[in-house]
Each structure stands twice: as structure tokens, then as C-alpha cells.
Design a protein around this ligand. Structure first.
Ligand code: GDP
Length: 439
């Protein structure tokens, strides 16, 4: 989903790699790339411009924390902006009345019938009694299609194949649903290949006659800007309540998802991403933004770092690392900082790809306990100058910490390797942000 856009945004953020801070100059370059990526993704030009202007303004007003690189900070700001752009938070559909009527509108081929089935299935699983009404009076095949779906999900379908009056069929369906004690009636309607006056009249007549508690507009996300324009036209006539974006499984660009809310001023309520009845999700702007950025989990990680990292301490550690003076006390302090950020497994799972790798492995705060015990069993002198820790000292430390000599050896070896790496990084000039940086 949205792979092209994710890749390009990632590339845009990389232009900040190695930069120590966010400046007018470097942010302008990155914004240009982000804007281009959005426009290539078929995002409405004005929306792309507005959003990059907003990101730039926010980025320049922010202090860059030692714990977070400019690229990461900008990712977080972009994530917040995209979330707001797509509506901020999830909006549910209204289910009111007996039965509650949900009217489904949209062009032919947008995925209305498939979505009607998916929604019925979802509502049924949530414990509602549901009926579907086939009100496409032009295509007998659409009625059959809905009947097949209804059978598949175990939901009754109301149809009158001979009747050519959609309002009449829908009214009869309401009566049937009421008689059958159904809580929700989903009305699938006829579409056309393009917007035309007759279709608009029909669907607005249906809305007036049925007074639905929710009117949804279904649109194929793969049509990008066309999807946004069609949504605008439908909304002007129909004043619908929410948008359903379909075929997201085939959409590598994402323009419709990003622009529709800002242009049409109606929330996206569902997304559909496949032909199976289960391929439907409630739309959550924040999760979508995470997906678009392809690094959603890092966003939470940065947030946590912002909330929990002690700036002063990070600065002090950086200094010591740069002077090749990082010792066991600093190591302990670093562990404390990481622990403050939350559950270790959750934390590591926020790194893209890591969650999957850690699925079956047990990592928790307790994993640090032997390490802490070993360090705490060292004398002040030993912590500051680990080189003096000889064989007899190791045996004493192991005994004191309730660990084995091998565990002590391992930790001292790892610590030594770490110091060597820091030294090399310092020599190469790459240790500026040191261990305290997250990348
Ligand atoms: P309608 O004319 O608006 O009722 O559209 P349909 O529900 O008949 O869907 C048109 C075509 O798109 C059908 O072949 C569906 O199987 C397919 N379709 C619908 N939703 C999705 C989706 O989310 N992903 C994919 N890949 N295909 C879909």
C-alpha cells in the first residue's frame, strides 16, 4: 500500500542525514522533496503545498533534542500533519432508527456492492441483525452479485428484480427489515460510469425518501485526483456523511486518501483492501499516516524519547563518549534511561522489522537485571577503569552479583567491544551524537 510514496518520503528525510539541526536551508530542500513526492502520489497540489508549508513552520519552531535526529523529528512532525490532514481521529458511522438505514452511493465499479457485503459482515460480527437491499434497478447482475455475497456471509438480501422504482424497493425493504426485526438495513444503489444528472437525481431522491442515518460515498482510491473530484461532486448534491476508500490493495500512490478529507471536508470512515469479505477496516488517520511513512513505529519511539530522555544526562554522556571516557557507571545510567522509556520488547518492536524478529523471543526489563547486578557489584574504581578487573576480581563480582564468572566475562567483553566501537566512531568523526542518539 502506498509503496512509492513511502519510498520517496523516506528519501526526502534522508536528505537530513548527518545534519545536526533543522535550518531554513536544509528544511527547504527536504520540503521540496516531500512536496514532489506528494504530488507524484497524486495528492491535490494545494493540499501538498499547504501541508509542506505547515510542516516547515512547525519544524523551524522546534528545538532538536540530542536524543532525536533532525530526520526523526521531521518524520514525527510530518506524521502529525498527515494525521490531521486525514481527519485527526477515527469517526464512526451513525446507526440510529429501527431499522437504521445506511445508504451506499458511488460510481459503477467503485466497489459499492462488495463494500455493502463487507459492511454487513462487519456489523453482523459486532452483534447486529442486518439486511441488505438491492436497489440497482439497471443491472440485474448487481442484484445477483449481492445475493451471492449475502449467502456467503449469512445475511438476508431484499430484492425486487422486476421493479424499476428504486425508492419503492427501498421503502419495501425498510418495511421488510422492520418486520424481520433487523437493526440495520444497508441499501446498495445503482451507479454510472461517470457522474450524470439522472443518477444524481435518483440518489438524492433515495436519500430524501429514506432519511438514512448514514450516507456513505464509495470511491476507488486508485483513481487518485478523479476520486477526489467525484467525491466533491457527489457531496455537493448528496451531502453524504462519510467516504469509503476501496481498492487500497492496488493503490501504490495514496493521493485520494491524503487529499479527500481536506478537499471535501468529510471523513473517510472505512477502507477496503481486497475482494474478500474480511478485507475492510475502519479508517484511522494516525495509523494510515504511520503506514504512509513506512516507519510508524519509530514515530512512537521518538515520542517516547521526547517524553522520557533526560537532555542534560544525554549531553553529559555524549561528552564522555567523545572523550573516550565512557565507563560502567555511564552504561548503568544509559540502561536506566532506556528502561524509563517503557517495556523493552514494546520499545524494540517499534523499530521497523524488529517486532517481527522478536515475535517469539523473550526480552523484558528483567533481561537487564543480571547486567545491573554485575555493575553494582563492582567497586567505584572498577567501574571507572574496567581494565583493572582481573581474574580474582571477576570471581568476586560474580559471587557478589549472584551470576557466573562467564556472565561477568561476557559483559566485560561486550563493554570493551562497545568502547572500541565508540573510539573508532570518534576517530571517524561520526560519534557526534554518540550512543544517546537513536540512529
Ligand atoms: P459496484 O459497481 O460499485 O457495485 O462495484 P463492485 O462491488 O461490483 O466492484 C467492482 C469490482 O471491484 C469487482 O470486481 C470487485 O471484486 C472489485 N473490488 C471491490 N472492492 C475491492 C477492493 O477493495 N480491492 C480489490 N482489489 N478489488 C475490489
Amino acid at each position: 500500500m502506498f509503496d512509492n510514496l513511502s519510498l520517496k518520503l523516506d528519501k526526502a528525510f534522508k536528505t537530513l542525514k548527518g545534519q545536526g539541526s533543522i535550518t531554513e536551508v536544509n528544511v527547504a530542500t527536504t520540503m521540496k522533496e516531500i512536496r514532489r513526492a506528494l504530488i507524484d502520489a497524486d495528492v491535490n497540489y494545494k493540499v501538498a503545498k499547504d501541508v509542506t508549508d505547515e510542516i516547515k513552520e512547525k519544524a523551524l519552531g522546534q528545538d532538536v533534542l540530542t536524543a532525536v535526529s533532525p530526520g526523526q523529528l521531521l518524520t514525527k512532525i510530518t506524521n502529525d500533519e498527515l494525521t490531521q490532514l486525514m481527519g485527526g481521529s477515527h469517526e464512526d458511522i451513525n446507526i440510529k432508527g429501527s431499522p437504521a438505514v445506511i445508504l451506499i452511493s458511488g460510481l459503477q465499479g467503485s466497489g459499492k456492492t462488495t463494500f455493502s457485503g463487507k459492511l454487513a459482515n462487519m456489523l453482523k460480527k459486532q452483534g447486529n441483525t442486518v439486511m441488505l437491499a438491492a436497489c440497482d434497478i439497471y443491472r440485474p447482475a448487481a442484484i445477483d452479485q449481492l445475493k451471492v455475497l449475502g449467502e456467503q456471509i449469512g445475511v438476508e438480501v431484499y430484492a425486487e428484480p422486476e421493479n424499476k422504482n428504486a425508492v419503492q424497493i427501498a421503502n419495501n425493504a425498510i418495511k421488510a427489515a422492520k418486520d424481520g426485526g433487523k437493526k440495520v438495513l444497508i441499501v446498495d444503489t445503482a451507479g454510472r460510469l461517470a457522474v450524470d444528472e439522472e443518477m444524481m437525481n435518483e440518489i438524492s431522491d433515495l436519500k430524501k425518501a429514506l432519511d438514512p442515518s448514514e450516507t456513505l460515498f464509495v470511491v476507488d482510491s486508485m483513481t487518485g485526483q478523479d476520486a477526489v473530484n467525484t467525491a466533491k461532486t457527489f457531496n455537493e448534491r448528496l451531502n453524504f456523511d462519510g467516504v469509503v476508500l476501496t481498492k487500497l490493495d492496488g493503490d501504490t500512490r495514496g493521493g485520494a486518501a491524503i487529499s479527500i478529507r481536506r478537499v471535501v471536508e468529510k471523513p473517510i470512515k472505512f477502507i477496503s483492501h481486497g475482494e474478500k469479505m474480511e478485507a475492510i477496516d475502519k479508517f484511522h488517520p494516525d495509523r494510515m499516516a504511520n503506514r504512509i511513512l513506512g516507519m510508524g513505529d519509530v514515530v512512537s519511539l521518538v515520542e517516547k524519547a521526547q517524553q522520557n530522555f533526560d537532555e542534560e544526562e544525554a549531553r553529559r554522556l555524549n561528552k564522555k563518549i567523545r572523550k573516550n571516557q565512557f565507563d560502567f557507571d555511564d552504561f548503568l545510567s544509559q540502561l536506566e534511561q532506556i528502561k524509563k522509556m517503557g517495556n523493552i520488547k514494546d520499545l524494540m518492536g517499534m523499530i521497523p522489522g524488529m517486532g517481527k524478529a522478536l515475535k517469539d523471543i523473550d526480552v523484558d526489563d528483567d533481561s537487564f537485571k543480571p547486567i545491573e547486578a554485575i555493575i553494582r557489584s563492582m567497586t567505584t574504581e572498577e567501574r571507572a577503569t574496567p581494565d583493572i578487573i582481573n581474574g580474582s576480581r571477576r570471581a568476586r563480582i560474580a559471587k557478589g552479583s549472584g551470576t557466573s564468572v562467564q556472565q561477568v566475562n561476557n559483559l566485560i567483553k561486550q563493554f570493551g567491544d562497545m568502547r572500541k566501537m565508540m573510539k573508532t566512531m570518534n576517530k571517524m568523526g561520526g560519534g557526534k551524537r554518540g550512543l544517546a542518539a537513536l540512529n
